[in-house]
Every structure is written in structure tokens, then in C-alpha cells.
Design a binder for this molecule. Structure first.
Ligand code: HEM
Length: 189
């Protein structure tokens, strides 16, 4: 049942660890200013990824990926911004069904880590109603990832489709990694 999920987990484990370390080292959850930088970098990455997934009817036919960019923007407004803007950027993934599944794995799976980030945001004084709305939204769909995994395992993919799926997951994770790397750093240790 969990073969493709494990493939994707293995293919992206190094990048996920790198992001965890980057977020911690950048001090994004150590201060209000750090959290604003985190929100701006997250908004930038989400705009790229969610923009690429919009209007892809064949993915949406079996699973509607969560979009949280608007909630991140509301969190930026609630926490006093400022909101940065960037030029439009494409997401460099295959637009095959398998490629899209790889990207959706990343955005849906990220909700599993939202619990950890919510605790850190709460320690800074932010809540589901004020400043951490996007994390609360991710925590509000507890069965979505399991449903997604059901569709992922049921899809009829060839070996080369699975390679496209893995590459797309890596490319999607890389967008987040780059946006966090390019954000202002706020480490106070
Ligand atoms: C500091 C930042 C992050 C932390 C602390 C974190 C933490 C975690 C944790 C604890 C899990 C496992 C939860 C569980 O198994 O119940 C997880 C899963 C996951 N996270 Fe993150 N995460 C972070 C950032 C991200 C980002 C930016 C992305 C991509 C947008 C992401 C994508 C994923 C995915 C895809 C999974 C599911 C892996 C799987 O089990 O198949 N995470 N994260």
C-alpha cells in the first residue's frame, strides 16, 4: 500500500532535513521579525507551487490539493507585514499526472509537519485566529493526506512515470528550500 509514499519519502528525505535545519538556523520561529520572514518566504514558495497546480483538472478530479497561500497572506497582514512581492516564476516539473502527484505529495505532506510549526508559532504568541491561520488550516484536514495516499497508490503508473513523480517532488521541495535560503536571516543565538 505505501510503496510510492516510501519512494517519495526516500527521494526527498535529504531535502526535507535541509529545510528543517534551514528554518531553525534562520531563526524564523525565534522572533516576530523572523516569523514575518518565514511567512514571506512561504508565500513566495506557495505562489509558485499552488499557481502551477491550479487548473490541473486531472489531479483535481481525484484529489483537490489544499491551497494556503491566501491564509499565509492574511497571516502577514495580521502580523504587520510587510508583504514582499516577486516576479512570477514557473515550477519546473513534468505536467504529466505522475509529475503532478509528486508535487501534490509535497504540499499535502507538509501538513504533517504543521503541528510542530504551530507549537513554535504559538510560543511567539500567534494563534489560529491571529497570525497562524495557515498552520491551523493545514491542521484542519486530518484525513486529507491519507486520502491522497490512497489515490497515489491506486494510480496506474509505469516505472518512468514513477521517476517523473519523484523528480517533481524533488523540484517542488527545492522551491521551498530556495525561498527559505533567500529569505532574510534572523538567527538570534
Ligand atoms: C522547519 C520546517 C519543518 C518541520 C519542522 C517539518 C516537520 C515534519 C514532521 C515532524 C513530519 C512528520 C510528521 C509525521 O510523520 O507525523 C513532516 C512530514 C512531511 N513534511 Fe515537513 N516539516 C517542515 C517543513 C516542511 C516543508 C517546507 C515541506 C514542503 C513544503 C514539508 C513537507 C513534508 C512532507 C511531504 C512530509 C510527509 C513525509 C511522509 O511522511 O511521507 N515539510 N514534516
Amino acid at each position: 500500500m505505501a510503496n510510492r509514499r516510501i519512494r517519495l519519502q526516500n527521494a526527498t528525505a535529504k531535502l526535507h532535513k535541509q529545510i528543517d535545519e534551514r528554518v531553525a538556523d534562520a531563526g524564523f520561529f525565534q522572533s516576530h521579525a523572523g516569523y514575518n520572514a518565514y511567512l514571506n518566504a512561504t508565500l513566495r514558495a506557495r505562489a509558485i507551487v499552488e499557481g502551477a497546480l491550479a487548473n490541473r483538472e486531472f489531479v483535481l478530479a481525484c484529489f483537490d490539493p489544499q491551497r494556503i497561500a491566501a491564509a499565509v497572506r492574511e497571516d502577514l497582514v495580521a502580523t504587520g507585514g510587510p508583504i514582499q512581492s516577486w516576479p512570477d516564476e514557473p515550477l519546473a516539473i513534468s505536467t504529466s499526472l505522475a509529475g503532478l502527484f509528486g508535487a501534490v505529495y509535497v504540499v499535502e505532506g507538509s501538513a504533517l509537519g504543521a503541528r510542530v510549526l504551530m507549537k513554535q508559532a504559538q510560543a511567539l504568541g500567534f494563534t489560529a485566529e491571529h497570525g497562524a491561520r495557515h498552520l491551523a488550516a493545514q491542521l484542519g484536514r486530518p484525513t486529507a493526506f491519507r486520502r491522497f495516499l490512497g489515490e497515489l497508490e491506486a494510480a496506474d503508473f509505469s516505472f518512468s512515470d514513477e521517476r517523473e513523480m519523484e523528480s517533481a517532488a524533488i523540484a517542488t521541495f527545492s522551491v521551498f528550500d530556495r525561498c527559505y535560503a533567500e529569505a532574510p536571516q534572523h538567527d538570534q543565538r
